[in-house]
Design a protein around this ligand. Structure first.
Ligand code: ADP
Ligand code: MG
Length: 283
């Protein structure tokens, strides 16, 4: 669909994070409800052109594991990104209902790996912000990711990017000041951390007193593991170990994980009732 500012009715606020605020909006004529992310930005003319070109890329992406992107509008000092409205994000599920069962986490892993692999291999995009609040779910049981890179330039040219998001998801190599470039494997690490959080309800390093302490531990300590007492399969533990390989040059990329991980293979072979599980939460 194509639309202008006047075609859109602003409804409720859903939430806000580091980069902007998300609202429910409705397209007046079609009654289509969308999620709209508002970000403040003041780019230069040239930069604006480049960013809008990057946003074009988002509009051609097609994957069942990525939220559909309807388009964007620049209004005054704000850029609005319009996307498919999902029911909630996994961060909120976790906070309201506690840890997720292994089979649901497995489905999250499969969706996320597919989405990230698609973005990289087809569009050469690195997500850079993998965490439960960027993994969305709906009543149909679809699991989809959002907020991929929203292009690095867009985020950097936003007036209000309040520093970085939570530190705990960041891989050791991203904290190495001598490393100028990092690759998709940084997101593999973040996925491993997210899996621990989804299974336990807690982020590793949640006991730390400051961001500096978190960063120091990420760099200096062995990678986080699940608590021994938690009953999850060996395959699942092994998957986390693989994602949290400290030396990123030895950490597997998406395709290897999708094709060789026993955890992934085991749950790809069965139909996990995600929709039923989601419905049971809201009862
Ligand atoms: P963050 O991801 O850092 O928490 P965001 O500004 O990206 O902050 O998102 C804020 C909240 O809006 C998220 O926690 C999520 O629950 C919600 N949200 C974002 N995009 C959508 C969407 N497409 N559909 C439904 N809810 C969304
Ligand atoms: Mg987000």
């Amino acid at each position: 669909i194509s639309f202008s500012e006047d075609d859109i009715e602003l409804q409720d606020e859903i939430g806000g994070g580091v980069s902007g605020t998300v609202y429910i909006v409705e397209h007046r004529t079609s009654k289509l409800k969308m999620a709209a992310k508002k970000m403040r930005w003041k780019p230069h003319q040239e930069e604006q052109k480049r960013i809008l070109m990057d946003l074009e890329i988002m509009s051609i992406q097609k994957s069942p594991f990525i939220v559909f992107y309807y388009g964007s509008l620049v209004v005054n000092d704000n850029v609005w990104l319009y996307m498919e409205l999902m029911d909630t994000c996994l961060d909120k599920v976790l906070k309201r209902h506690g840890p997720l069962p292994e089979q649901i986490v497995a489905n999250v892993v499969i969706a996320t790996l597919n989405a990230l692999h698609y973005l990289k291999s087809v569009h050469d995009i690195i997500h850079r912000d993998v965490k439960p609040s960027n993994i969305l779910i709906n009543k149909k049981g679809n699991i989809k990711i959002c907020d991929f890179g929203i292009s690095k330039q867009l985020v950097e040219s936003c007036v209000e990017t309040r520093g970085a998001g939570p530190i705990a998801y960041i891989s050791p190599e991203r904290l190495d000041i001598d490393m100028k470039e990092y690759d998709v494997r940084a997101d593999v690490w973040s996925l491993g951390i997210s899996v621990i959080e989804l299974l336990t309800g807690k982020l590793p390093y949640s006991h730390c007193k400051s961001d500096i302490e978190v960063m120091t531990r990420i760099v200096q300590e062995p990678p986080p593991r699940l608590p021994e007492i938690l009953s999850v399969s060996q395959e699942c533990k092994r998957f986390i170990e693989l994602c949290l390989t400290k030396d990123y040059t030895k950490r597997p990329k998406y395709q290897v994980l999708l094709e060789t991980s026993e955890f992934v293979k085991r749950y790809m072979a069965v139909q996990v009732p995600v929709a039923e599980w989601f419905a049971s939460l809201t009862k």
